[in-house]
Design a protein around this ligand. Structure first.
Ligand SMILES: Cc1ncc(COP(=O)(O)O)c(C=O)c1O
Length: 564
């Protein structure tokens, strides 16, 4: 796919000065010297980026040689449009070079950082500087001191946890967000921030074919939470208050919740924060017979048992694409049970929900019509840079009832009307970022068909890896793969599972210590399993092939000498 280059909107002819912005004639050439040629920024010849006609010349706080001007420090201007223009370009170049180098010089970027705990303390001073330092000095430190401690989630050879999905559009959206820096906690504090979020989440809901009730045109609607953890917390609080309103607050200790033993740990945390008693959190057992999806019979049985004992079932957390193995809970039967007992069902589709914009994966959320809320992380697999976690609810008033606050200083005439959304009442914190900007930009600058194809590419790459594993008798694919995660391991010898776990653990450590790839692990039914998750935007087939070769090479120690 080619949306980041060619004659795309990103490069080709420069948008700023007719000449490409990194080709000699720089956009910052107040003195005719581009920052990328001869006289680069801060290059010790007096042509520092704050010289010439720059804004901080002469007595500038950062001078030509990048040193601080002793006592003559001028008053800081935290925001200056010309300095932003100059330094912003430098920073964009730095980041673009990073992405280029990740591909061209992978040997300089161990995917899994190889530093030891505390490595940075010895490299940085004990206290913050009194005087300003130069951007050049700072970026040098990033290269020399910070980069070694970076695990490169954006490396094309990153295959560990679900990805931190980035794109040029998402990056630009983040820039614009940082630039505007509005705080849209109420409609009034930036009407566009609220209204764009409503519209973009309706767009995305339509791409996912969510039922109409989740759209803003009815009683439902979407809100962008920071993370999946925040999303599940707010819906647990909404569901808790809804049931307590019905049964009375004193019955809080009788409330019970359900999920599978594969559910993300954030669910337990959300329940505990919400005052649900730990012993009332039912994590239903799963195994390979359902490919680690929640068995609906176990759920119904647990609910009947709890009802018999006088408990009050009020919340089910179903997952589409579990963290461990991308297992899918069957929403159709689970949703029927939720409906039958009047229980709030939340669907956590943090990772796999993104794939459901493709018609061929939409079936995994069939049954969503009986859910009350649905969440996915667009920063995991929809190229919307961290963080961006859209949450939809069918009944926005339950969310608002649980979370609204009305201090006088936030009251204004229009807020009293139902005509406006005040997103402060849909989340925990008051302040909020203008996250919908980047989602809007991703959707507009790529178009949904490109996004679908990108997801399909990743799934195909995972399939490619799965084929390699399946063809090697020393390995096995452990679970049925639905998306872009392959769970696999070295097979046990003579049925010795303990030894097998040990070997897989050793293999994981060996391949990750090469710095060439990064894969992760999990445990399923007591087995130590290796995870290979495709999702980094730069990954191509050659990276997958190379990863497999590295894994095979390091497994040879266990597979020769007659073991097999
Ligand atoms: C299925 C699932 N749910 C929830 C989360 C938590 O998401 P976040 O890190 O955005 O809080 C994850 C993270 O990987 C996940 O895989």
């Amino acid at each position: 796919m080619e949306f980041g280059n060619g004659n795309g909107y990103i490069n080709g002819n420069s948008y700023s000065n007719g000449n490409g912005y990194s080709n000699g004639n720089s956009y910052t050439n107040s003195n005719g010297n581009g920052y990328n040629n001869g006289n680069g920024y801060n290059n010790g010849n007096g042509s520092g980026y704050t010289n010439g006609n720059g804004i901080d010349n002469g007595n500038g706080n950062v001078n030509g040689n990048g040193k601080v001007n002793g006592a003559k420090v001028i008053k800081m201007k935290p925001m200056d449009s010309e300095l932003l223009r100059e330094q912003g370009h430098i920073m964009v170049d730095f980041i673009a070079d990073y992405y280029k180098n990740l591909q061209d010089s992978p040997q300089d970027f161990p995917v899994l950082s190889q530093v030891q705990p505390g490595y940075l303390r010895d490299m940085l001073p004990d206290s913050a500087p009194d005087q300003p330092e130069s951007l050049k000095e700072l970026l040098d430190d990033v290269s020399k001191k910070i980069m070694p401690g970076i695990t490169h989630w954006q490396s094309p050879s990153y295959f560990a946890y679900y990805a931190s999905s980035t794109s040029v559009a998402g990056f630009l959206g983040e820039m614009l967000n940082a630039g505007l820096s509005v705080v849209g906690f109420t409609w009034l504090t930036s009407p566009a921030a609220t209204e764009l979020e409503i519209i973009v989440l309706d767009w995305l809901a339509k791409l996912l074919q969510l039922p109409e009730q989740f759209l803003s045109t009815g009683n439902g609607g979407g809100v962008i939470q920071g993370t999946g953890c925040e999303a599940v917390l707010v819906v647990v609080l909404a569901a808790r208050d809804r049931i307590l309103k019905k049964v009375g607050k004193t019955l809080l200790p009788r409330l019970v919740v359900y999920a599978s033993d594969q559910t993300h740990s954030s669910f337990r945390k959300a329940c505990l924060i919400g005052g649900i008693h730990e012993e009332n959190i039912r994590l239903l057992k799963t195994d390979s017979s359902t490919n680690y999806g929640m068995p609906p019979e176990s759920l119904e049985e647990a609910i009947s048992h709890d009802l018999d004992k006088g408990f009050i079932p009020f919340f089910i957390c179903a997952t589409v694409g579990t963290t461990s193995s991308a297992a899918v809970d069957p929403l159709v039967p689970l949703g029927k049970i939720a409906k039958k007992y009047g229980i709030w069902m939340h669907v956590d589709a943090a990772y796999a929900g993104n794939a459901c914009i493709c018609p061929e994966y939409r079936k995994f959320i069939d049954g969503i019509e009986n859910a009350d809320s649905f969440n996915m992380n667009a920063h995991k697999w929809l190229f919307a840079n961290q963080t961006c976690s859209p949450l939809w609810v069918k009944d926005r008033y339950s969310l608002i009832d649980a979370l609204k606050t009305n201090p006088e200083y936030l009251e204004f005439k229009v807020s009293k009307k139902d005509a406006v959304v005040n997103y402060k009442d849909w989340q925990i914190s008051l302040s909020r970022r203008f996250r919908s900007l980047k989602l809007w930009m991703v959707l507009r600058l790529y178009g949904s068909e490109n996004l679908r194809n990108f997801i399909r590419d990743h799934v195909n790459l995972a399939k490619h890896f799965e084929d390699y594993v399946a063809q090697d008798p020393h390995f096995e694919v452990v679970t049925t793969r639905y998306f872009s995660l392959v769970c696999f391991r070295l097979v046990p010898v003579d049925g010795d599972e303990d030894k097998c776990n040990e070997r897989n653990r050793e293999l994981l450590a060996a391949v990750n210590s090469t710095g060439k790839i990064f894969i992760s692990h999990t445990a399923l039914s007591g087995k130590f399993i290796l995870r290979f998750a495709v999702g980094a935007p730069l990954t191509e087939e050659k990276h997958v092939t190379e990863a497999w070769q590295i894994i095979q090479k390091h497994s040879s120690k266990f597979t020769r000498n007659g073991h097999y």
